[in-house]
Structures are given as C-alpha cells and as structure tokens.
Design a protein. Structure first.
Ligand code: SER
Length: 875
C-alpha cells in the first residue's frame, strides 16, 4: 500500500465504526500552554475534559504533528522526525478499551495484513483489564503481552492535562545478526512501536496527582511513517514513498547519490525532514523569528541550510523542494498548496539571510574550536555562542551540534545569562506593551467552571454572576477595595483579546462595589478572565454585578477592526493574492496590519489602497455577521486566517461580496460609521513581512489636521498660499544652488589671484616642487579648482591644500602626471598627513582627499607634508 492508501484506509475503517472524520488541526494550537500540535489528541483536549463540542463522541484523524525535542537525532536514525503524521481514533466518553483494542488488531491484521506472528503488545503493569482483552478477545499468546512501567506505558501530554495508561502495539522486525534473543523490554530497536492506545481517564493536576476525568476516553496514535516503512518492507522511514521523491530531488540538486555515503545520506535526510516541517509550519502561519514558535522554525530551517552546505551547495535551493512536498501532501493537506507561493518566498528569504552570515559564522566557530582544543579545554564559552547567535544567526542547537562533532561542549548557562540580559534590554524598550500570558495553573483552576457566555456583540451592558475570583493564581472567596483580582463571570459584555483585537475596557459594579477592568483574556476552554482593580467596596463569589464596557473605546476599536478587513481585501486586490495576514493589532487609537510581501509598497499603490477602502466606506455597506459551519463558510469563499484554529461553527464577517473573513471580533454595523481611513506608515518588520499602520474616524481626522498644520506653518514662513508652496519651494532650491555656485566662483577668483603668490612660496623637496596652503572659507569644489589652477601654472609638482570649518578639517592633495612614476602617490600622501588632523582619507595617485575632526591641527598637517613626501620618494 502507498502511504496515501494507508491514510485513506485508516480513515475509512473508523468511519465505518461511526467515527466523525475530522480534519487535521493546525500545527499551531489555540492553546497558550502548548508550542505545537504534538499528537492527534491536542485538538480534542476540551472534549476529553468533558467541556468541548458534544456533537460527536467518536472521531478519526490523520493529524500533522511537530516535535523538536530530539532534533539532533534527526537524520542519523531511521525513525526520528520533527514533522510526522499521526493516525488516530478517539472516543469521548463513548467506547473504551474493548473496542479500541479489537479494532486496532482488526485494522492491522485484516486491512494492513500484517503478519500476526510479528505483533507484540505492551500494557501498563497493573492493567489487568487490557491484559484480559488481549489474551481472551484477541487471542494473543501470553508471552507476547508484556507488562511495562510508567515510563513507557503511561501517556501524558505534558506536566498537566488528560492522561492515562496505555497499551502499545509493536512490530518485530527480527533479530540483528549476533544480537541475543530478547523481549520488547530489552530490545527497543527490534520491536518497533507502531501504535499507541491510550486509555485516557485521568486529568493530571499541577501538584502531580491524578483526578479522574468525568468520562473514560480513548486516544490512539499511530505514526504513518513507521507503518508505511513496515508495510513497504523498508528498514528506514526515509526509504518509504513519503520521503523517497523528496530525497531523490535533493540528490539531483546536490548531484550526490543517495545510499552511497553515510554522511551525505544523513544530510539528505536532515534536509528532507526539516523542509517538511518548515513547509507545514509556514503554511500554518509561523514565520522565522527570534522567539517561541518562530525561533523553532528558524532553527529547523538553518539546520537544513547548514546540511546543504555540507553537501557542497553554496546557493539557496531549499525553496525549490517546496513543490515536491506540495505534490506529495496536498491531497490530504490542501493548505500547503493554497499557501505555496507564500511558503516559497519565506523559505527562500530565510535561506538567503542565513547564507549571508553562515560562512563568516562557520569561520569564526572553526577558529574558536581550534583555539579551545589548543588550550586543552572542552567547552566553548557562552559569550562565543552568544556572538554566533546574535551576529551570525546561529541557533544555539546548531552551535552545540557542530561543537559535538568535535567532541566539545558549550557553556549553556552563561549563554542563557547573555540571552536574559539582552531580553531585559529589549523588554525595557517595550515596557507597557502589556502582554499577558495565561499560566497553565490558571487554566487548571478555571477548567472546572462553565465557560463564560459572551453577550457583547449586541450589548455593552449586561448582568453577570461572579463564578470565581482569582488572586496570584489561587481561588479566593472575596476581595475588597485596593485588591487586584481576576474575575470570572457567567456572562460578560467584554471582548477578550483575540484575533489581534485588544480587550475592551470598562467597569464592574453593584450598589456595594466598583471595579475597573483593564484587560480581558480568554482561556482555551472559553473562560473570560477580567483583570480588575477593586476601586470601592467588596465583592464575593455568587454576587451579581453590572458589566459595563466603555462604549467610546469599543466604537473606535470596531471601526479599526472593520477597516482591517477592508484593507486586507484591498491589499490583495492591488498587490496580489500572495498577500497573507501575518499579524494584526486592532486598538482604539489605530490599527496595525502585517502581511507577507517582499518589497516596499509604492506610494502609488498605497494611494490606490487608501482610495479603495475609502470608497467602500462612502458606499456605507452593511457589515453582516453570520454563524455557519466551517465547511459552509469555506464554500462561500471566506478567508480563514493564518494560525487561527476554528471550531465547527464559525462567525463570518462580510462586507458585501468584497470581503469575507472568519472572525470573532466586533465590527461596525455599516461601513459609513468608519468615517475615513488614512494610512500613516508603511514599513518592513522582518524579511518578507510589511506593516501598515492606519487610523480611522476621529483619529484619521486628527491625522489630517496634523498634516494641515504642517502645511500651514510652511505657508506662513514662506508668505505664500498652499497652492503655491511646491512652486515656491522649487524656486527657492534653484536660488540656493545658484548662490552656492556664485560663492564658489568668488572663491576661485580669489584663488586665481593668489596662485602666483603660492607658486612663489613653493619649496623643493628632492627636486620636486611642493606647495602647501590653508585656504580659509573654501569648500571642496573651490579647493579642487584652486589645485587645478596651481597644477597648470606650476607644470610639475605636488600640491596640498586644506581648510577648516565647523569643527572639521578637509585636505586635498594633487600630483602632476609626470611625477607619478617617481613613487609620488596622492592617496598615500594624504593618508599619512590626515592622521595629524585625526582623520582618514585616500584616493587616486594624482588626486586624493581627506577629512579629520581636529581642525586645530590643520597647520601642523600641512607642515608635515614635506617630510612625508621626502620619505615617500627616498624610502
Ligand atoms: N497521544 C498518544 C501519543 O501521542 C496517542 O495518540 O502517543
């Protein structure tokens, strides 16, 4: 079976058992506690906790996953990957061990037709229930059911969250020649884990204890790459049809043969794996960066670039592999095809960036390694690693890996100290940006409470009941004036920060109390956390409050949000379909919109964009919002945004046929309410990402008034009308140029009259006529003209002239042609004497110039000339 057939057969098999086929979730989970989607179950976390979508209780997926904990092994073993696909079937309080085990067995033995004699299983040590099912229902021989401990047979997604004992199905690939017979507990290489069945029945608490979940669940995961390797009879995942076309493309590009040289093979595998994760991460909205997800992507891509260098390539080429991956994967993951152009440009630009510094960085690292070895040390200092990171873009893991190849370590602690110091510097520059992260502890505290009902699309004032009060991540029963507290209500009118739109501000109050709300965040489970400051009175659990959003701010935010959609559509219309939103921030005072585009947007393009948006505003189109299924929304052509995870029911915001986006934000009712949109700046944020800042409504008016005031001031100074300003300024510029020319002419006139005096002052150095002079008030052009006049008059000689002005000294040197063979060189001469005025300079053999910052030494510099000249011709 091809891997694509395996994937389809798996889905079909479980669909027949009434499982809902769910699409793969984004690699970027909508969960601040998790970096990437690491398993099929990540998208079902809420269902496992009994609080998620209840419209289905069985699901089947082929899920894209990224794990980077073993990145240094990737390429050097047959089975390590950063990107892989996990086939999984899930039950949420529906079937349990019996069905999970027997279906897994049926799929492997009847659909995949694996040899029953080669299958073994492990179970958690005290799980007699699983043991009985394997023995009695499946009929597996007792010796092939192995009991193992917590380390291998108790699955947890992280430090906290849904977990449970598991039973793994292993495939015996047979003994290695010369290796003694052993069981799965002793020989991991021989017994290949292909499927993990997790009986998810606990919720691990922050203190490590296991709380039973309200229901028993099933979470299974089978690596597609491994199953494909077993079924296709190859010993490495890289030899399956998932990888071979890619590896062959790499071999062709690098003109190396796969399978000939172990080192080259490893590099090809590294590239194949890493380009797969990069393509999928970028398609899910991650961009290379220096923090979090962006940094992981950068490190993966840069590791691949280094291996392309090891294969002898000095040019960018990874981006040419993107179409190969699209060809292999688009049938199941259409996003790689939809975002293909964007992925290509991001990969290419990151490659180009790193190619730039890779050579210099490698040279430095090699010197360092040689130095460390010479001094008999075994560790590369954190400072060095930091310099490589900061100046040459070497991710720490890359430095570590290269060091390891030379049997050296790195001083990670001191690297981290350097990093922290730099972060602190960066942070203090950004103080007040107010990013709040919901801690895992907070998520756990709230997971027992019903999610908050958001009534704020239509109401700005509602009644809410206090369900929880949290202080310092602990639940408390009541709070009083002066306390800072996080309030969770059953109903709220406050919009919680999401989708780039900042939270509403406002108040909670009743006859007893008043609290100011400065920020609102939402947990993945849908609890709105109101960050409140108690101004007056006290507040206790179960009390009712009036929830009131500041309406002025909300209106300003709504204007900016709707305009963000209009801007997005206009950018695609004017610049092209490759425009993807790369980030946005919608605030009351302005909006920021980041998008993928590889050059600056021209003034004419910006003008057109602004006009299109303002036309839509003038048309006063109604902004429609409707809830519908994700499939319906997509079929209507709604734009789904990067990195955003959508539920089954989505909200589509539509401005006639012009703009359709999936969005949970708050919007104006009619575009006319926006008043006016004005682009304030267009700039670059990162390679391939541009940013537009724009204002609307009153702020647009204010911006226009500001510009008007500037023009008014200019008019007053010039004593002219607005219309005449451009012509007036042009005329002034022409006049200034004329005056400058006139001034030069006067100087030259002055110079020509004194040419004879200067000629008389000429001294002879080793038979060469040498003229040095200070010409006060001269500029460069005038000095040049004087030097030319002197050259003509003297016929043969060396001329050095200088002038001092505004704390600077300028020197020029001219040499007549006949002296050029006599080792006289104007550039070398001026370089020496420029030192006297604390400056530098250079130029051609016949003409050179220099500048210096010590005008007081000008005379001394001129006086030094004869000696320098003498040394030049004699030396
Ligand atoms: N969550 C389990 C795993 O990742 C089974 O899917 O192994």
């Amino acid at each position: 079976m091809t891997s694509s057939e395996i994937r389809n057969q798996f889905i079909e098999f479980f669909k027949k058992q009434n499982h809902a086929h769910r699409p793969s979730a984004s690699l970027v989970p909508d969960d601040p506690t998790v970096l990437f989607t690491v398993a099929g179950m990540v998208q079902f976390k809420a269902q496992f906790l009994g609080i998620g979508n209840k419209s289905f209780t069985r699901a089947v997926t082929a899920q894209k996953c990224v794990r980077t904990n073993d990145i240094e092994n990737v390429g050097f073993t047959p089975r390590h990957h950063t990107f892989f696909e996990m086939l999984g079937n899930f039950s949420f309080g529906d079937y349990f061990k019996q069905e999970a085990i027997t279906w897994a067995w049926e799929f492997l033995t009847t659909v995949c037709k694996l040899d029953k004699e080669k299958l073994w299983v492990t179970i958690y040590k005290d799980d007699s229930e699983a043991y009985e099912i394997w023995k009695n229902d499946v009929g597996l021989a007792e010796k092939r059911i192995v009991r193992m401990g917590e380390e291998t047979n108790f699955w947890t997604m992280g430090a906290t969250g849904p977990c449970g004992p598991c039973s793994e199905i292993l495939y015996d690939i047979g003994p290695k020649p010369g290796k003694p017979e052993a069981g799965p507990d002793e020989d991991e290489d021989r017994y290949l884990e292909i499927w993990n069945l997790v009986f998810t029945q606990f919720d691990r608490q922050a203190d490590g204890s296991l709380a039973p979940l309200p229901q028993k669940n099933i979470d299974t995961g089978m690596g597609l790459e491994r199953l494909a390797a077993v079924m296709q009879g190859v010993s490495s995942n890289f030899d399956t049809d998932l990888f071979q076309p890619l590896i062959q493309a790499i071999a062709k590009e690098t003109m190396k043969r796969y399978g000939k040289d172990e080192k080259n093979d490893s590099s090809m595998k590294v590239i194949a794996d890493h380009i797969r994760s990069s393509v999928f991460l970028i398609a899910d909205g991650v961009l290379p960066g220096n923090e979090g997800r962006g940094y992981v992507l950068r490190r993966i891509l840069r590791r691949a670039v280094r291996h392309s260098k090891l294969l002898g390539l000095n040019d960018v080429f990874l981006y040419r592999l993107v179409p190969v991956i699209v060809g292999l994967m688009a049938a199941h993951y259409p996003e790689v095809k939809e975002r293909r152009e964007h992925v290509v440009s991001v990969v290419k630009s990151e490659e180009e960036r790193f190619q730039h510094t890779l050579d210099s960085g490698l040279a430095i690292l090699n010197d360092t390694i040689a130095e460390v070895k010479k001094t008999g040390k075994t560790i590369i200092s954190g400072k060095q690693c930091f310099q490589l990171y900061d100046t040459y873009g070497f991710p720490l893991d890359l430095t570590r890996e290269i060091a390891q190849e030379h049997k050296l370590g790195i001083d990670e602690n001191s690297f981290n100290r350097e990093m922290t110091a730099q972060r602190d510097r960066a942070r203090s520059a950004w103080a007040g940006s107010g990013d709040r992260v919901i801690s895992p502890a907070m998520s756990i505290l709230t997971s027992k409470i019903v999610p908050t009902h958001f009534a704020g699309y239509t109401n700005l004032i509602v009644k809410g009941k206090v369900l929880a009060l949290l202080q310092k991540e602990q639940a408390v029963k009541n709070v009083k004036a002066g306390d800072e507290v996080v309030v969770i209500l059953d109903t709220t009118a406050f919009y919680a920060e999401s989708g780039g739109q900042l939270a509403d501000k406002g108040e909670l109050s009743n006859h007893e109390m008043l609290a100011e709300i400065s920020d609102v965040q939402k947990t993945p489970e849908g609890h709105f956390l109101h960050f409140a400051m108690m101004k007056r009175g006290s507040l206790a659990i179960n009390e009712s409050v009036q929830v009131a959003v500041k309406s002025g701010e909300r209106t300003a935010i709504a204007r900016n949000h709707t305009v963000t959609h209009l801007l997005h559509a206009a950018l695609r219309q004017v610049l092209g379909k490759h425009i993807e939103q790369a980030g946005s921030e919608v605030r009351s005072q302005d909006l920021r919109f980041d998008f993928s585009h590889f050059q600056a947007v021209t003034v004419t393009e910006l003008d057109r964009i602004e006009d299109i948006v303002n036309t839509k505003i003038l048309e006063n189109v109604q902004v429609d919002t409707q809830e519908l299924s994700i499939e319906e929304a997509k079929s209507k052509g709604a734009m789904a945004l990067f990195g955003e995870k959508y539920g089954d029911r989505v909200r589509m915001v539509q401005v006639d046929a012009y703009s359709k986006e999936l969005c949970g934000g708050t919007h104006v009712r009619d575009t006319g309410e926006i008043g006016l949109m004005k682009i304030v700046t267009e700039s670059s944020v990162a390679a391939g990402v541009r940013r537009i800042v724009a204002v609307t409504g009153e702020n647009a008016l204010r911006e226009i008034k500001r510009q008007q005031n500037v023009v008014r001031d200019v008019c007053q100074t010039l004593h002219t009308s607005e219309e005449e300003v451009p012509a007036r300024v042009e005329k002034l510029m022409v006049r200034v140029k004329e005056l400058e020319k006139e001034k030069e002419k006067n100087m030259i006139k002055h110079a020509s009259t004194s040419v004879d005096d200067l000629i008389h002052q000429a001294t002879k150095i080793k038979g060469i006529a040498c003229i040095t002079a200070e010409l006060p008030g001269f500029n460069m052009n005038a000095m040049r003209a004087a030097a030319d006049a002197l050259k003509q008059k003297i016929g043969s000689g060396v001329i050095v002239l200088g002038t001092a002005e505004d704390g600077k000294a300028t020197l020029i040197a001219a040499v007549t042609k006949d002296l050029l063979d006599k080792k006289v060189h104007a550039g070398n001469l001026i370089r020496e004497i420029a030192k006297v005025i604390e400056g530098s300079g250079g130029g051609r053999p016949d003409f050179a110039q220099a500048g210096g910052k010590n005008p007081e030494k000008l005379k001394a510099a001129l006086a030094a000339t004869p000696a320098v000249l003498e040394k030049m011709v004699t030396g």
